[in-house]
Design a protein around this ligand. Structure first.
Ligand code: GTP
Ligand code: MG
Length: 426
């Protein structure tokens, strides 16, 4: 995928500062979102105000200023920091003669260009249609149809309304159709997850803010503990590099296996239309035994990002899963690393081997804490049990005795139960 295509689209970003704590940070992020959508931000306009103007979002004078700034900078698109109401969108478009893209539409555009799998594409299409549905009548050409065009105004308005209703019905029909398609895919994904659950391999999921380093950690671990043929995942300094979930099997020394999934990143003010699609994309995380929250420790706003991650996980119904916090990109700070702070916090750089080793120790402690160390005396006649354990457990010692093979093993709880009849009580 070539992500270096630069579009010449010049844009200005605009925001209403109503005193919210994270205003500045959300504006910086808005510019990054625009860049991620291959846009060139040429100017920023802010307005400090108690509450948005219901008709035009910004105050009257500000709307004029924004239009002038856009014209002076040859910008044809104006991006707003909040989702606008359909009438605000329409009015601003009319008064500035520019395309207005609100934060939600911008995020949806990014998702639409990045979606790779059929599932991700369907999710984004549904979200886009949901966004368009209440905004249908805002299309300028259609309003023109309604207002002009000889004959009686009444007849024309009637015709316009009918077209609008038709468009609405078409979109609703499309949404229903796409949802069915998505449900079919989700079902097969669910079956795959069930099969994995049956194999009882513990699972961990990387979650966290976009651009925090989840995919970099995934790739670092795949290189060390994955299968040779495993593909690396896409990592890049860009918001929403990853949209699809990938799962890789890791094998740690001592035959300890676990599945690691890399998921879509979060962002503040996640459009509600995307929350549903996040739910199915993050089903892997919802079923994980451990969440690994990756945090960009070098970003001055990392605490807000952690709060957003917490909020989003709650919104999509993921709770009660143990979580470790991985403070990443410590190489870009003055902070010492890698450092373990208790069992649930670790400071690392995903680009450094020693960091990844320490991270794996943390994962190991959580995922394999129920492993049991025991001695099993397996009769020679049950040789297949010895080969199974050699493949699936950590054999600490093997001794051949007259009545069978005495193994000192560290095994998964289900294997321990399965072979408990061979246990030698000491
Ligand atoms: N200096 C430094 N850069 C890092 C580190 N970890 C990741 N990066 C860089 O940060 C950028 C984002 O990394 P990704 O792994 O793509 O981030 P992500 O969390 O997967 O992002 P999304 O897929 O957008 O959610 C890339 O340019 C990485 O090379 C680190 O420890 N130190
Ligand atoms: Mg990623």
């Amino acid at each position: 995928m070539d992500t270096n295509i630069q579009s010449d689209e010049l844009v200005i970003i605009t925001g209403l500062d109503t005193g919210q704590e994270d205003y500045d940070y959300s504006m910086v992020e808005l510019a990054e979102l625009a860049q991620a959508n291959h846009m060139d931000v040429v100017h920023r306009v802010d307005q400090v105000i108690d509450r948005p103007n219901p008709a035009t979002y910004f105050g009257k004078g500000k709307v004029q200023e924004i239009g002038d700034v856009a014209a002076a900078n040859h910008a044809t698109t104006i991006i707003t920091n909040d989702e606008l109401t359909p009438s605000q969108l329409r009015n601003l478009e009319e008064e500035t003669s520019c395309r207005i893209l609100d934060r939600t539409a911008l995020i949806l555009e990014i998702f639409a260009t990045r979606a790779q799998t059929k599932e991700a594409k369907l999710q984004v299409q549904i979200a886009e249609l949901q966004y368009r549905l209440p905004r249908l009548q805002t299309s300028a050409s259609q309003r023109l149809d309604q207002q002009t065009g000889g004959g009686s105004g009444f007849t024309n308005r009637g015709a316009g309304e009918t077209k609008l209703e038709m468009d609405r019905r078409t979109i609703q029909y499309q949404i229903t159709h796409l949802r069915h398609e998505l449900a079919a895919i989700a079902k097969s994904e669910k079956t795959k997850r069930k099969q994995r659950a049956k194999s009882e391999i513990p699972t961990a999921a990387l979650v966290g803010y976009t651009n925090s380093g989840k995919s970099t950690i995934m790739n670092g671990l795949v290189k060390r503990y994955g299968k040779v043929e495993d593909k690396t995942v896409f990592e890049k300094d860009m918001l929403f590099a990853t949209l699809d979930t990938s799962v890789r099997r890791m094998t740690l020394p001592g035959q300890k296996e676990f599945l690691l999934s890399d998921t879509v990143g979060f962002v503040s003010k996640l459009p509600t239309q995307l929350v549903e699609s996040f739910k199915s994309t993050l089903a892997e995380a919802a079923n994980a035994d451990l969440l690994i929250q990756v945090i960009d420790y070098s970003d001055p706003h990392y605490e807000e990002m952690m709060a957003t991650t917490r909020k989003t996980l709650k919104q999509i119904g993921i709770h009660d899963i143990p979580m470790v916090n991985v403070f990443n990109k410590a190489d870009k700070t003055e902070i010492e690393f890698p450092v373990l702070e208790g069992d649930d916090q670790i400071v690392i750089s995903a680009k450094q081997g020693a960091s990844l080793e320490l991270l794996v120790d943390v994962i190991r402690k959580h995922l394999f804490k129920d492993y049991v160390q025991t001695k099993l005396l397996v009769p020679f006649a049950d040789g297949q049990v010895v080969s199974y354990l050699n493949e699936h457990s950590n054999i600490l010692d093997t001794e051949y005795q007259n009545d069978g093979t005495l193994l000192t093993v560290e095994a998964a709880p289900q294997d321990y139960q399965r072979f408990a009849k061979y246990e030698v009580k000491s």
